[in-house]
Design a protein around this ligand. Structure first.
Ligand code: SF4
Length: 319
Protein backbone atom coordinates (compact mmCIF):
# COMPACT_ATOMS: atom_id res chain seq x y z
CA UNK A 1 0.00 0.00 0.00
CA UNK A 2 1.24 3.50 -0.86
CA UNK A 3 1.75 5.35 2.39
CA UNK A 4 0.63 8.96 2.91
CA UNK A 5 4.12 10.46 2.98
CA UNK A 6 4.98 9.18 -0.52
CA UNK A 7 2.38 11.38 -2.10
CA UNK A 8 1.52 15.03 -1.46
CA UNK A 9 -2.14 15.97 -1.39
CA UNK A 10 -3.11 19.32 -2.85
CA UNK A 11 -4.83 21.86 -0.60
CA UNK A 12 -6.37 25.19 -1.61
CA UNK A 13 -5.43 28.01 0.77
CA UNK A 14 -6.48 31.64 1.16
CA UNK A 15 -3.50 33.31 -0.48
CA UNK A 16 -3.02 35.81 2.37
CA UNK A 17 -2.32 32.88 4.75
CA UNK A 18 0.62 31.94 2.54
CA UNK A 19 2.09 35.40 3.04
CA UNK A 20 0.97 36.81 -0.30
CA UNK A 21 0.28 40.59 -0.05
CA UNK A 22 -3.28 40.37 -1.30
CA UNK A 23 -5.27 41.86 1.57
CA UNK A 24 -7.21 45.09 1.01
CA UNK A 25 -4.31 47.11 2.48
CA UNK A 26 -1.54 45.21 0.72
CA UNK A 27 -0.76 43.17 3.83
CA UNK A 28 -0.94 39.43 4.45
CA UNK A 29 -1.91 37.04 7.25
CA UNK A 30 0.90 34.51 7.03
CA UNK A 31 0.08 31.46 9.13
CA UNK A 32 3.08 29.62 10.57
CA UNK A 33 1.44 26.18 10.74
CA UNK A 34 0.49 26.46 7.07
CA UNK A 35 3.75 27.92 5.76
CA UNK A 36 6.25 26.17 8.05
CA UNK A 37 4.75 22.73 8.73
CA UNK A 38 2.08 21.88 6.18
CA UNK A 39 4.10 23.28 3.29
CA UNK A 40 6.57 20.39 3.57
CA UNK A 41 3.84 17.78 3.22
CA UNK A 42 1.24 19.12 0.80
CA UNK A 43 1.07 21.13 -2.42
CA UNK A 44 -0.72 24.45 -2.10
CA UNK A 45 -3.20 25.97 -4.51
CA UNK A 46 -3.43 29.67 -3.50
CA UNK A 47 -6.85 31.26 -3.88
CA UNK A 48 -7.79 34.91 -3.34
CA UNK A 49 -11.41 35.43 -4.37
CA UNK A 50 -11.23 39.21 -3.97
CA UNK A 51 -8.23 39.47 -6.28
CA UNK A 52 -10.00 37.12 -8.71
CA UNK A 53 -12.97 39.49 -8.58
CA UNK A 54 -10.61 42.16 -9.93
CA UNK A 55 -10.68 44.28 -6.80
CA UNK A 56 -6.92 44.86 -6.77
CA UNK A 57 -4.60 46.08 -4.00
CA UNK A 58 -5.16 48.37 -2.22
CA UNK A 59 -8.95 48.25 -2.36
CA UNK A 60 -11.88 49.55 -0.33
CA UNK A 61 -12.98 47.12 2.38
CA UNK A 62 -16.06 44.99 1.74
CA UNK A 63 -18.55 43.46 4.15
CA UNK A 64 -21.55 41.21 4.41
CA UNK A 65 -24.62 43.40 4.89
CA UNK A 66 -28.25 42.52 5.45
CA UNK A 67 -30.28 44.45 2.88
CA UNK A 68 -34.03 43.89 2.46
CA UNK A 69 -33.80 40.58 4.34
CA UNK A 70 -30.91 39.25 2.21
CA UNK A 71 -27.22 39.03 3.07
CA UNK A 72 -25.26 40.80 0.32
CA UNK A 73 -21.53 41.35 -0.21
CA UNK A 74 -21.03 45.08 -0.62
CA UNK A 75 -18.38 47.78 -0.35
CA UNK A 76 -18.31 48.90 3.30
CA UNK A 77 -18.55 52.62 2.58
CA UNK A 78 -20.90 52.37 -0.41
CA UNK A 79 -23.50 49.61 -0.38
CA UNK A 80 -24.48 50.41 -3.96
CA UNK A 81 -21.26 48.60 -4.99
CA UNK A 82 -22.69 45.08 -4.73
CA UNK A 83 -20.30 42.19 -5.42
CA UNK A 84 -22.67 39.34 -4.53
CA UNK A 85 -23.22 37.95 -8.01
CA UNK A 86 -19.59 38.39 -9.05
CA UNK A 87 -18.28 36.58 -5.96
CA UNK A 88 -20.88 33.82 -6.30
CA UNK A 89 -19.76 33.21 -9.88
CA UNK A 90 -16.10 33.03 -8.81
CA UNK A 91 -16.92 30.55 -6.04
CA UNK A 92 -18.93 28.27 -8.34
CA UNK A 93 -16.22 28.36 -11.02
CA UNK A 94 -13.47 27.62 -8.47
CA UNK A 95 -15.50 24.77 -6.94
CA UNK A 96 -15.94 23.17 -10.37
CA UNK A 97 -12.27 23.66 -11.19
CA UNK A 98 -10.89 22.33 -7.88
CA UNK A 99 -13.39 19.54 -7.18
CA UNK A 100 -11.45 16.30 -7.53
CA UNK A 101 -8.15 18.23 -7.61
CA UNK A 102 -7.77 19.57 -4.07
CA UNK A 103 -8.63 17.56 -1.00
CA UNK A 104 -8.96 20.49 1.41
CA UNK A 105 -9.42 24.23 1.70
CA UNK A 106 -7.91 26.39 4.46
CA UNK A 107 -9.40 29.84 4.77
CA UNK A 108 -8.83 33.10 6.60
CA UNK A 109 -11.26 33.64 9.47
CA UNK A 110 -13.75 36.53 9.68
CA UNK A 111 -13.28 37.51 6.03
CA UNK A 112 -16.56 38.43 4.24
CA UNK A 113 -15.27 36.31 1.34
CA UNK A 114 -13.28 33.51 2.97
CA UNK A 115 -14.57 33.25 6.58
CA UNK A 116 -16.16 29.94 7.47
CA UNK A 117 -18.26 30.92 10.46
CA UNK A 118 -19.13 33.85 12.74
CA UNK A 119 -18.33 36.42 10.05
CA UNK A 120 -19.78 39.85 10.96
CA UNK A 121 -22.96 40.75 9.09
CA UNK A 122 -23.65 44.49 9.15
CA UNK A 123 -27.17 45.78 9.61
CA UNK A 124 -26.19 49.17 8.21
CA UNK A 125 -24.46 52.25 9.62
CA UNK A 126 -25.04 52.84 13.33
CA UNK A 127 -26.70 49.46 13.91
CA UNK A 128 -25.06 46.54 15.74
CA UNK A 129 -23.63 43.76 13.56
CA UNK A 130 -24.42 40.07 13.96
CA UNK A 131 -21.65 37.50 14.08
CA UNK A 132 -23.38 34.69 12.28
CA UNK A 133 -22.29 35.05 8.66
CA UNK A 134 -20.35 32.80 6.30
CA UNK A 135 -17.97 34.33 3.77
CA UNK A 136 -19.70 34.40 0.40
CA UNK A 137 -16.94 32.55 -1.45
CA UNK A 138 -16.84 29.73 1.11
CA UNK A 139 -20.62 29.51 1.22
CA UNK A 140 -20.93 28.82 -2.51
CA UNK A 141 -17.69 26.84 -2.80
CA UNK A 142 -18.86 24.36 -0.16
CA UNK A 143 -22.27 24.06 -1.81
CA UNK A 144 -20.72 23.13 -5.16
CA UNK A 145 -17.81 21.03 -3.84
CA UNK A 146 -19.37 19.48 -0.72
CA UNK A 147 -16.78 16.70 -0.31
CA UNK A 148 -13.85 19.08 0.17
CA UNK A 149 -13.13 19.64 3.87
CA UNK A 150 -12.83 23.30 4.84
CA UNK A 151 -11.19 24.75 7.94
CA UNK A 152 -10.19 28.18 9.17
CA UNK A 153 -6.60 28.81 10.12
CA UNK A 154 -7.62 29.84 13.66
CA UNK A 155 -9.56 26.62 14.28
CA UNK A 156 -6.53 24.62 13.14
CA UNK A 157 -4.78 25.69 16.35
CA UNK A 158 -7.09 23.24 18.13
CA UNK A 159 -5.23 19.88 17.98
CA UNK A 160 -8.44 17.84 17.69
CA UNK A 161 -9.83 19.96 14.85
CA UNK A 162 -6.43 19.91 13.17
CA UNK A 163 -6.23 16.13 13.33
CA UNK A 164 -9.80 15.72 12.14
CA UNK A 165 -9.21 18.07 9.19
CA UNK A 166 -6.03 16.30 8.10
CA UNK A 167 -7.58 12.86 8.43
CA UNK A 168 -10.27 14.04 6.01
CA UNK A 169 -7.75 15.66 3.65
CA UNK A 170 -5.57 12.55 3.39
CA UNK A 171 -8.58 10.22 3.10
CA UNK A 172 -10.14 12.26 0.28
CA UNK A 173 -6.77 12.37 -1.46
CA UNK A 174 -6.60 8.55 -1.33
CA UNK A 175 -10.12 8.44 -2.76
CA UNK A 176 -9.15 10.72 -5.66
CA UNK A 177 -6.39 8.31 -6.57
CA UNK A 178 -8.82 5.42 -7.10
CA UNK A 179 -9.87 4.74 -10.69
CA UNK A 180 -13.66 5.17 -11.08
CA UNK A 181 -14.10 1.65 -12.50
CA UNK A 182 -11.82 -0.07 -9.98
CA UNK A 183 -14.27 -2.15 -7.94
CA UNK A 184 -11.50 -4.01 -6.18
CA UNK A 185 -9.82 -0.73 -5.22
CA UNK A 186 -13.18 0.53 -3.92
CA UNK A 187 -13.59 -2.54 -1.72
CA UNK A 188 -10.01 -2.21 -0.45
CA UNK A 189 -10.48 1.49 0.27
CA UNK A 190 -13.40 0.65 2.54
CA UNK A 191 -11.49 -2.18 4.24
CA UNK A 192 -8.39 -0.04 4.82
CA UNK A 193 -10.44 2.71 6.48
CA UNK A 194 -12.33 0.32 8.73
CA UNK A 195 -10.68 1.39 11.99
CA UNK A 196 -10.76 5.09 11.08
CA UNK A 197 -14.51 4.71 10.55
CA UNK A 198 -15.03 2.45 13.58
CA UNK A 199 -13.53 5.23 15.71
CA UNK A 200 -16.73 7.12 14.78
CA UNK A 201 -18.96 4.21 15.77
CA UNK A 202 -19.73 0.96 13.98
CA UNK A 203 -23.10 1.94 12.47
CA UNK A 204 -21.66 4.19 9.76
CA UNK A 205 -19.08 1.53 8.90
CA UNK A 206 -21.87 -1.02 8.42
CA UNK A 207 -23.96 1.39 6.30
CA UNK A 208 -20.94 2.13 4.14
CA UNK A 209 -20.25 -1.60 3.85
CA UNK A 210 -23.78 -2.16 2.50
CA UNK A 211 -23.16 0.53 -0.15
CA UNK A 212 -19.86 -1.12 -1.20
CA UNK A 213 -21.54 -4.54 -1.36
CA UNK A 214 -24.22 -3.14 -3.69
CA UNK A 215 -27.11 -4.37 -1.54
CA UNK A 216 -29.38 -1.77 -3.19
CA UNK A 217 -28.35 -3.01 -6.66
CA UNK A 218 -27.11 0.37 -7.80
CA UNK A 219 -24.44 0.89 -10.47
CA UNK A 220 -20.82 1.22 -9.38
CA UNK A 221 -20.89 4.96 -10.17
CA UNK A 222 -23.99 5.44 -7.99
CA UNK A 223 -22.47 3.40 -5.17
CA UNK A 224 -19.24 5.40 -5.31
CA UNK A 225 -21.18 8.66 -5.23
CA UNK A 226 -23.29 7.63 -2.18
CA UNK A 227 -20.29 6.08 -0.49
CA UNK A 228 -17.92 9.03 -0.57
CA UNK A 229 -20.65 11.45 0.52
CA UNK A 230 -21.42 9.37 3.61
CA UNK A 231 -17.74 8.56 4.18
CA UNK A 232 -16.70 12.22 4.29
CA UNK A 233 -19.72 13.10 6.41
CA UNK A 234 -18.79 10.33 8.87
CA UNK A 235 -15.17 11.45 9.15
CA UNK A 236 -16.37 14.90 10.17
CA UNK A 237 -17.54 13.70 13.56
CA UNK A 238 -15.23 14.15 16.50
CA UNK A 239 -13.55 11.08 17.96
CA UNK A 240 -13.52 10.83 21.73
CA UNK A 241 -10.90 9.13 23.88
CA UNK A 242 -13.50 6.44 24.59
CA UNK A 243 -13.86 5.71 20.86
CA UNK A 244 -10.09 5.52 20.38
CA UNK A 245 -9.84 3.29 23.45
CA UNK A 246 -12.32 0.82 21.91
CA UNK A 247 -10.37 0.79 18.64
CA UNK A 248 -7.05 0.22 20.48
CA UNK A 249 -8.53 -2.78 22.26
CA UNK A 250 -9.88 -4.08 18.96
CA UNK A 251 -6.37 -3.78 17.48
CA UNK A 252 -4.79 -5.64 20.38
CA UNK A 253 -7.17 -8.54 19.76
CA UNK A 254 -5.36 -9.15 16.46
CA UNK A 255 -1.94 -9.91 17.83
CA UNK A 256 -2.26 -10.49 21.56
CA UNK A 257 -1.58 -14.21 21.12
CA UNK A 258 1.95 -13.25 20.04
CA UNK A 259 2.57 -11.09 23.09
CA UNK A 260 4.04 -12.13 26.42
CA UNK A 261 1.95 -11.55 29.54
CA UNK A 262 4.20 -8.61 30.40
CA UNK A 263 3.81 -7.01 26.94
CA UNK A 264 0.03 -7.38 27.23
CA UNK A 265 -0.01 -5.79 30.67
CA UNK A 266 2.10 -2.91 29.40
CA UNK A 267 -0.24 -2.29 26.45
CA UNK A 268 -3.39 -2.49 28.59
CA UNK A 269 -1.84 -0.07 31.07
CA UNK A 270 -1.04 2.37 28.25
CA UNK A 271 -4.59 2.09 26.91
CA UNK A 272 -5.92 2.92 30.37
CA UNK A 273 -3.46 5.81 30.71
CA UNK A 274 -4.61 7.12 27.35
CA UNK A 275 -8.27 6.85 28.39
CA UNK A 276 -7.45 8.74 31.59
CA UNK A 277 -5.76 11.46 29.49
CA UNK A 278 -2.35 10.77 31.08
CA UNK A 279 -0.66 10.10 27.73
CA UNK A 280 -1.45 11.19 24.14
CA UNK A 281 -2.74 8.79 21.50
CA UNK A 282 0.73 8.64 19.94
CA UNK A 283 2.03 6.66 22.94
CA UNK A 284 -0.11 3.48 22.64
CA UNK A 285 -0.01 3.75 18.83
CA UNK A 286 3.80 3.77 18.91
CA UNK A 287 3.91 0.67 21.08
CA UNK A 288 1.39 -1.08 18.82
CA UNK A 289 3.54 -0.19 15.80
CA UNK A 290 6.58 -1.59 17.61
CA UNK A 291 4.80 -4.92 18.26
CA UNK A 292 3.51 -4.94 14.68
CA UNK A 293 7.06 -4.72 13.37
CA UNK A 294 7.94 -7.81 15.42
CA UNK A 295 4.68 -9.64 14.62
CA UNK A 296 3.51 -8.40 11.19
CA UNK A 297 -0.21 -8.52 10.47
CA UNK A 298 -1.31 -7.62 6.93
CA UNK A 299 -4.76 -6.45 7.99
CA UNK A 300 -3.51 -4.08 10.69
CA UNK A 301 -0.67 -2.81 8.52
CA UNK A 302 -3.21 -1.85 5.87
CA UNK A 303 -5.24 0.26 8.31
CA UNK A 304 -4.93 4.01 7.82
CA UNK A 305 -6.01 4.47 11.42
CA UNK A 306 -2.46 3.73 12.56
CA UNK A 307 -0.98 6.28 10.16
CA UNK A 308 -3.69 8.57 8.75
CA UNK A 309 -1.15 11.27 7.71
CA UNK A 310 2.64 11.68 7.79
CA UNK A 311 4.31 11.25 11.19
CA UNK A 312 6.02 14.61 10.69
CA UNK A 313 2.77 16.32 11.61
CA UNK A 314 3.01 14.70 15.07
CA UNK A 315 -0.63 15.56 15.72
CA UNK A 316 -1.30 12.59 17.91
CA UNK A 317 1.45 13.67 20.26
CA UNK A 318 -1.04 16.16 21.70
CA UNK A 319 -4.48 14.55 21.34
S1 SF4 B 1 -9.17 36.55 3.21
FE1 SF4 B 1 -9.55 35.68 1.19
S2 SF4 B 1 -10.22 37.38 -0.07
FE2 SF4 B 1 -9.28 38.26 1.75
S3 SF4 B 1 -7.14 38.61 1.16
FE3 SF4 B 1 -7.22 36.61 2.10
S4 SF4 B 1 -7.48 35.23 0.38
FE4 SF4 B 1 -8.01 37.24 -0.36
Amino acid sequence: MQRAEQHKPRIAVSACLLGQPVRFDGGHKRDRFVTDQLSRLVEFQPVCPEMEAGLGVPRPTIQLRRIAGQVRLVQSNDASVDLTERMTGIAVARARQLNGRVSGLIVQKKSPSCGMERVPVSNGPGKPSERNGVGLFVQHFSRHAPLIPIEEEGRLNDPLLRENFLERVYSLDRWYRLEPDDLRGFIEFHAQHKLLLMARGSEAYRRLGRIVAGVERRTLAERRHCYIELFMQTLKSRVTRGHHYNVLQHIMGYFKRHLSAEDKRELVQLFDDYKAALVPLATPVMLISHHLRKHPDAYLESQHYLKPYPDALALRAVV
